[in-house]
Design a binder for this molecule. Structure first.
Ligand code: GUN
Length: 311
């Protein structure tokens, strides 16, 4: 069998970021600087890392960014006031509220308060509706990144059997709709699906977005399929590392150095029988920030009625 093709998310993300920077430069000639506001509540270390990375990328591409860091104790009403202010600001094109929020804050209410035209996460029901009905709008970053990986790697989508495992509002459902809009034959699987391996073995494109380490095993994969792994799961137990990465010296070294390694939702042994796959890390995850930058510029254009050029 041919060696599987590794779908390099980092390289594809760089390509998209270069295109976004080019677009930003074009807009600046019209006196427009796209602006992104990121709201980070409290002090969740993982969220702090993500947000810093988003703000840094804005700087690299010429996008104005602003980080708001209200304390953990902020109320839903106070957050709603922040959102209302950002909705009204002319210099802000995109609003991102980093999730998860503290339990006492009403996440759904807040996400629905963001103006759909500034909803760069694509989480607002209006944007979900636009996606569902094929109208232009802002699409969730990770699912949009999956489509970019497939298209830019020249992998066919139309007519392919695409199976999405996981039905979250953020990844599974929008990924299924985007694949359907590209004329794939789409099946969405979840915890109640009967005989999951029989369904996944039918996939030409298999998207795993379940949030469980190594859940998709080789028996669940058709030889030559394209595997898209959305999972990011941290392993801290040496026995687990050995179970997923037996004989992988590089991972063993990472584990020895950091005390943890990342594994996706697809068992690494399944990659060997695939035609192409996205690695973890360095696959789908790399696209999320690039697509956020793309969405911010798209929002800046849409809000001013300027035609969207790229992607
Ligand atoms: N937390 C983890 N990923 C994301 C994301 O894509 N958007 C938001 N808003 N929060 C997140």
């Amino acid at each position: 069998m041919k060696n599987p093709h590794v779908l390099d998310g980092v390289a594809i993300a760089s390509e998209i970021k270069a295109e976004v920077a080019h677009e930003v430069a074009g807009l600046s000639k019209k006196g427009i600087v796209p602006g992104l506001a990121v709201v980070l509540v409290g002090e969740v270390p993982a969220s702090q890392i993500y947000v810093r990375s988003k703000v840094k990328t804005c700087g690299e591409l010429g996008i104005y960014s602003e980080m708001l860091t209200p304390p953990e104790s902020i109320t839903t009403d106070e957050m709603l006031a922040i959102v209302a202010e950002l909705n009204a600001r002319e210099d802000i094109d995109g609003i991102l509220i980093q999730l998860p929020l503290p339990k006492h804050v009403d996440t759904k209410r807040l996400l629905e308060a963001i103006s759909p035209d500034k909803d760069v996460d694509g989480f607002h029901p209006v944007n979900a509706g636009r996606l569902q009905s094929g109208q232009p709008g802002l699409q969730p970053c990770t699912p949009a990144g999956i489509i970019e990986i497939l298209k830019r790697s020249k992998l066919p989508i139309a007519g392919q059997n695409a199976v999405v495992v996981g039905r979250s509002d953020i990844v599974g459902k929008p990924a299924a709709l985007l694949l359907l809009n590209e004329s794939a034959t789409v099946t969405v699987c979840h915890s109640k699906t009967r005989d999951l391996p029989a369904v996944t073995r039918n996939a030409d494109i298999l998207v795993a977005a379940i949030g469980r380490p190594g859940y998709v095993t080789p028996e669940m994969v058709k030889a030559g399929a394209t595997l898209i792994d959305v999972g990011i799961n941290r392993l801290t137990d040496a026995a687990d590392v050995d179970r997923y990465f037996a004989g992988d010296a590089e991972r063993a070294a990472t584990f020895a150095k950091r005390g943890s390694v990342i594994v996706g939702d697809i068992h690494p042994a399944a990659f060997a029988i695939s035609g192409a796959y996205t690695p973890v890390p360095g696959g789908v995850g790399a696209l999320t920030i690039a697509m956020l930058m793309h969405n911010t510029v798209k929002a800046a254009r849409l809000r001013r009625g300027i035609a969207v050029e790229s992607i």
